[in-house]
Ligand binder design. Sequence first.
Ligand SMILES: [Zn+2]
Length: 94
Amino acid sequence: MSTNRSHLSDEAVRALTLSTEPWLSCEDCFALSDEFAELVLADPRTEAMGPMFVHLSACPACAEEAESLVALVAETAGVDATPALARLHAAHRG
Ligand SMILES: [Zn+2]
């Protein structure tokens, strides 16, 4: 008799049960993305956008969008996006 009920990976379970207060919706995330890109480029270690990082860590679609925007804003401003992108990658991995 099989009692194997773990269809979900540990990672999926963690994402679903993650405590995410205050939670941002994808729409909120999108609305804040310009500000977020500028903040994270100015100080990659910023905790000012904590809820945004929480959302990005759980939402690959928004994380991808944010990375593209950060790269674009950095290029426009002539700054190095590497530290900010590293911070975003760290956020995804939790
Ligand atoms: Zn999202």
